[in-house]
Ligand binder design. Structure first.
Ligand code: ROI
Length: 160
């Protein structure tokens, strides 16, 4: 069994519902146990502007899957939510990123773990720190150190 963290993001077609429904779909997979769920956060788009704000969250899971099996499973759930892969860094109905997978560092053409942009993305770091303030990102560093150098003004915690 491996502990992993998944980042969820959506900025189309009722983003909050997309995120909640994705968490439900993930929790229904027999090979995955959802251990923790962060709050939802509203965030300004990173990358191309002129798209809607995002809803982001992070979950902590335990899984018996290997990394590529987990990737396939996340892509199936994205597809079930109507995701169409078009524009790189464009708007999306549902994005499920494997952020961390145990202590593994993977650089494969299909999968990079830890997620390549993790250290620069407050919309990942803040929810990750909420569920695991002592989290250490393999090959990168401690969540607390990364948060200290990231501006969080474009991120809003949603209470509900
Ligand atoms: N920006 C925000 N705020 N949240 C995301 O989930 C997100 N996902 C992306 C890009 C387009 C890079 N920007 C984002 O893939």
């Amino acid at each position: 069994m491996t502990i992993a963290y998944i980042g969820l993001g959506s900025n189309m077609q009722s983003p909050k519902q997309q995120i909640k429904s994705a968490i439900k779909s993930i929790s229904e997979i027999p090979e995955i146990q959802v251990l923790k769920v962060s709050s939802l956060y509203k965030s300004k788009p990173v990358g191309p502007q002129g798209q809607n704000d995002y809803i982001n969250a992070v979950i902590k899971i335990e899984t018996e899957f290997m990394p590529l099996e987990l990737l396939d499973c996340m892509q199936d759930i994205e597809n079930q939510h109507g995701r169409i892969r078009k524009e790189h860094w464009g708007p999306r109905i549902l994005d499920l990123d494997i952020l961390i997978f145990g202590k593994k560092i993977i650089q494969d053409k299909k999968l990079t773990i830890p997620h390549p942009e993790i250290e620069k993305r407050p919309f990942v770091l803040v929810p990750l720190a909420e569920i695991d303030s002592n989290c250490s990102i393999p090959g990168i560093g401690l969540i607390s150190d990364l948060l200290a150098v990231n501006n969080q003004k474009d991120l809003e915690l949603l209470y509900e």
